[in-house]
Design a protein around this ligand. Structure first.
Ligand code: FAD
Ligand code: DHB
Length: 397
């Protein structure tokens, strides 16, 4: 039986777990990370790409942004399109210079993993946590298995950063939270293609065939998404069919979509999930372990990192100032931003996805919201400040 001891036991080496580990280390607090999957799997998992200003600032402060500064692509604005008509939202201008940066989530994970292991810190891959016990005492323990051997990680606090399917949320006593679930009746088919992006800034588009999003990863790699019915498989979508739908849905006068070889295809169901309590005793949840938002608007990874900020505040005041005030406030502080993101992600999803027939009442509401963007700077500013992410101070009321 392998026994490890640390101050904070972290489950999950995704963006939440890795950011937490680095941030605690910066404050002299030790942690050990357990990760279910292999390093190759985690670093190859294609997901998010949109980093808010706050996320980039945090990576910078933690000294983890060398490659991000070189390879990340800063955007000052975004294009929103509806029935072939396009509105540009210049968010830097509307939010006093705040921006987003496009940089793949797996690159974030690679940079953080390299820095952690280069510093000789402990991270066990293929070490799935099976059970969290004694979290209602001062000595919680995480049971795990690594390389065929059973192990116990003893710690002062457990941070479950283990994503939507992890063990953290399942361990929370059922009577200490309320949960909320919404399943949208559509999914995203996402692709990566070896072709120069056809746009400098992202395009979100409503079309009567369904939603489309043009994003990018570099000067030579494009990232695009199309709305598909639930239950479809990537095999239902040939490359030709994907490019043809994308060019129909993204069409606006003067815009031409360049097609190229597709090297990754995956389907993501769209859902919202929330629980309204992120801790029980000395067990704390952060990131997708506690909440899922539909990806329209790119909030998930950013929310995961924002949760970590509040958790670090709590753990630092515990270890450095012997105070439990901030850690007791963790749920309350994190929930304000999480509900804001739930609302914004739902707003962007319902505005840009095909839900009912063209011409229906709901369609008319979608169109009225889009038209309001054309006529009102206040409406454009609302999108802009949510899209780049509100500063942390905004939530301290
Ligand atoms: P995860 O990244 O899921 O990490 C959890 C980790 O825990 C995993 O590595 C998992 O293997 C591990 N784990 C699970 N169970 C155990 C266990 N029992 N023991 C040990 N380890 C365990 N967000 C954005 O902000 N911007 C975007 O542009 C964006 N686009 C997206 C596009 C798509 C197609 C998808 C699918 C998601 C997108 N998201 C986006 C959401 C974003 O990817 C997630 O919100 C983000 O990964 C959450 O990070 P996390 O660290 O909380 O969880
Ligand atoms: C990306 C994903 C999103 O969900 C989004 O809203 C914007 C960009 C991306 O993968 O680049």
């Amino acid at each position: 039986m392998k026994k490890i001891k640390t101050q904070v036991g972290i489950i999950g080496a995704g963006p939440a777990g890795l950011t937490l580990a680095h941030w605690l280390k910066r404050n002299g607090i030790s942690s050990v990370i357990l990760e279910l999957r292999s390093r190759e799997y985690v670093e190859g998992r294609v997901r998010a790409g949109l980093l808010e200003q706050n996320t980039v600032d945090i990576m910078n402060d933690l000294g983890l942004a060398d490659r991000l500064k070189k390879e990340g692509i800063e955007h000052d604005g975004v294009n929103l399109s509806f029935d072939s008509e396009r509105v540009h939202i210049p968010f830097a201008e509307l939010t006093g210079g705040r921006k987003i940066t496009i940089y793949g989530q797996q690159e974030v994970v690679k940079d953080m993993t390299d820095a952690w292991l280069d510093a000789d810190e402990e991270l066990y891959f293929e070490a799935g946590a099976s059970e969290i016990v004694d979290f209602d005492t001062k000595n919680p323990k995480i049971h795990f298995k690594h390389a065929g051997e059973d192990g116990i990680l003893e710690c002062d606090f457990v941070a479950a950063c283990d994503g939507f399917h992890g063990v953290g949320r399942k361990t929370m006593p059922k009577d200490n939270y309320r949960s909320y679930d919404i399943t949208y009746p559509f999914s995203w088919l996402g692709i990566l293609a070896n072709v120069a992006p056809s746009t400098d800034e992202l395009i979100y588009a409503y079309h009567e065939n369904g939603f489309a999003l043009h994003s990018l990863r570099s000067e030579t790699v494009s990232r695009l998404y199309v709305q598909v019915p639930n239950g479809e498989s990537p095999d239902d979508w040939s490359d030709d069919r994907i490019w043809s739908e994308l060019s129909t849905r993204l069409a606006t006068p003067g815009f031409e979509l360049k097609a190229g070889p597709i090297f990754d295809k995956s389907i993501t169901p769209m859902r919202s999930h929330m629980i309204d309590n992120l801790s029980s005793g000395r067990l704390f949840l952060a990131g997708d372990a506690a909440h899922i938002v539909p990806p329209t608007g790119g909030k998930g990874l950013n929310l995961a990192i924002a949760d970590v900020k509040h958790l670090v505040d709590g753990l630092v005041s515990f270890y450095k100032h012997n105070s439990t005030d901030d850690i007791d406030n963790y749920t309350q502080m994190a929930l304000r931003r999480i509900w804001r993101a739930q609302d914004f992600s739902n707003f962007m999803t319902t505005l840009f996805h095909k839900q009912e027939e063209h011409g229906s009442y709901n369609y008319k509401l979608q169109k009225a919201k889009f038209d309001y963007l054309k006529m009102s700077k206040a409406s454009r500013t609302t999108i802009a400040e949510n899209y780049v992410g509100l500063p942390f101070e905004t939530y301290e009321y």
